[in-house]
Design a protein around this ligand. Structure first.
Ligand SMILES: N[C@@H](CCC(=O)N[C@@H](CS)C(=O)NCC(=O)O)C(=O)O
Length: 109
């Protein structure tokens, strides 16, 4: 399967939401840092006509808006077929996903 490319900025919380979901789904992806969220050309946002980040490009498809991107990723990468924790993290962290933690009543401090 083609590797998706996420266009965004490190400080964008919408971009971060998608990076967390990609990690949870164990999806390997390329990250392209947008030059600035003040840029005035669509090209700076991977041709996102809304001129915002994030934008996901995968297998010839461009998906815009983090909610649509999240739905696209969950539909494309079956969460049931992926490990809840990335292998590099699994050796040092308890093997529990955010969904499992929430179901168990865990709340962030
Ligand atoms: N509804 C959009 C909002 C995205 C958004 O507002 N991103 C900010 C960065 S966190 C942005 O690109 N701002 C540039 C601007 O508003 O011109 C989504 O969920 O992806």
């Amino acid at each position: 399967m083609d590797k998706p490319t996420l266009h965004g900025t490190p400080l964008s919380h919408f971009t971060r939401k998608i990076r967390i979901l990609l990690a949870e789904l164990c999806v390997d992806f390329d990250f392209v840092r947008a030059s600035s969220v003040l840029a005035i050309s669509q090209a700076s946002y991977a041709d996102n006509p809304l001129m915002r980040v994030p934008t996901l490009v995968h297998a010839g498809t461009t998906v815009i808006d983090s909610e649509h991107i999240a739905r696209y990723l969950v539909a494309t990468y079956d969460p049931k077929e992926t490990s809840a924790v990335r292998p590099s993290v699994a050796s040092t962290a308890p093997a529990i996903s955010l969904a499992e933690a929430a179901a168990a009543g865990w709340k962030p401090a």
